[in-house]
Design a protein around this ligand. Structure first.
Ligand code: ADE
Length: 305
């Protein structure tokens, strides 16, 4: 029933390594919401630096959630505690588990998800300039795009080293942190149980047999790489959604079984395209290892365009 008296119906164990006082947080606007959970922006006093206020993101459940959804958020929190910190991962900062609803406090990514970020920062067309669009925004170079891809690979490498399988790597699930010269992109670890089927990102064995491994994450990484190389460049009338001409899951099954793969995006180098194609090897063990991605992208990232 009503939210204002919502004292948690669940008793969660107190973990003094992570527990933070609720009154340290001032909740603000919604950053995003799913079927059962939401993320709000918040101000946190004394959390990152003593005596100063910082901006964080707080994950919580919405009213009417089920026990399973509660368990998912708890396991997401426990997973983040175990994974540990990495620059290319959205890190856990703390949690509020006592005397009220569960809050999972994580780093705030001021530039939102990579999909929207790339679309907003792609070089604009002559038409857009003609109608007087703000011109001051920074547009992205090929080097920036490769740097994003590299940072995602670094985040994946770390997850793989911690034996963590992401299962839903896509540009919409990558957040952009600092944007000074080059953005820091970070992966969000999130359990998606809202029934959404990100089929166009899924490896065949995940799609057909629900087998998820680090190597199925590598397939998804290939799709994410494709998104980076299409969303961030100027391609008129092109939305950057994978397999734009494939209308149904059945059709996708058929195409993948028959060995069909996406073509090279217009502004993508051959090296990067070869990397995508390797990520999309039908056999999981023929896909590059996460460390290979890292190495190949480092070599490419240092080339000038
Ligand atoms: N949306 C979902 N999680 C977020 C975060 N950590 N920072 C900014 N926006 C978000």
């Amino acid at each position: 029933n009503s939210g204002d008296s919502m004292i948690s119906e669940y008793e969660l164990p107190m973990d003094s390594d992570w527990e933070i006082p609720r009154d340290m947080l001032h909740l603000g606007k919604n950053l995003g919401e799913g079927a059962f959970g939401k993320v709000v922006k918040a101000e946190a006093m004394n959390l990152l630096k003593p005596g100063s206020m910082s901006i964080v993101a707080v994950k919580m459940l919405k009213e009417g959630h089920t026990d399973n959804e509660m368990m998912d958020l708890v396991s997401e929190m426990e997973m983040m505690k175990m994974i540990g910190k990495h620059i290319n991962i959205i890190n856990l900062l703390g949690c509020c588990t006592q005397g009220g609803p569960l809050y999972v406090v994580v780093e705030y990514a001021p530039h939102g998800n990579l999909r929207d970020f790339l679309r907003q920062h792609r070089p604009s067309s002559g038409y857009e300039l003609a109608v007087g669009e703000k011109k001051e925004k920074k547009t992205l170079t090929q080097k920036d795009l490769v740097s994003f891809a590299y940072q995602v690979a670094r985040g994946m490498e770390y997850l793989a080293s911690r034996r963590c399988i992401h299962r839903d790597l896509a540009a919409r699930n990558v957040l952009t942190l600092a944007l000074q010269e080059i953005s820091t992109v970070t992966i969000i670890i999130e359990k998606t149980t809202d029934g959404r089927l990100p089929v166009k990102w899924m490896a065949p064995e995940a799609l057909f047999h629900r087998v998820y491994t680090t190597q199925s994450d590598v397939w998804s990484y290939g799709i994410l790489l494709w998104e980076i190389m299409t969303l961030g460049v100027r391609t008129p009338n092109f939305l950057g959604t994978p397999y734009p001409s494939v209308p149904s899951v059945e059709k996708l099954f058929q195409l993948l079984r028959n060995g069909h793969r996406m073509e090279k995006p217009p502004c993508c180098s051959l090296e990067i395209y070869m990397l995508m194609r390797e990520c999309w090897s039908y056999q999981p063990n023929e896909r590059p290892l996460v460390e290979d991605l890292d190495r190949i992208l480092t070599i490419t990232a240092n080339e000038e365009y």
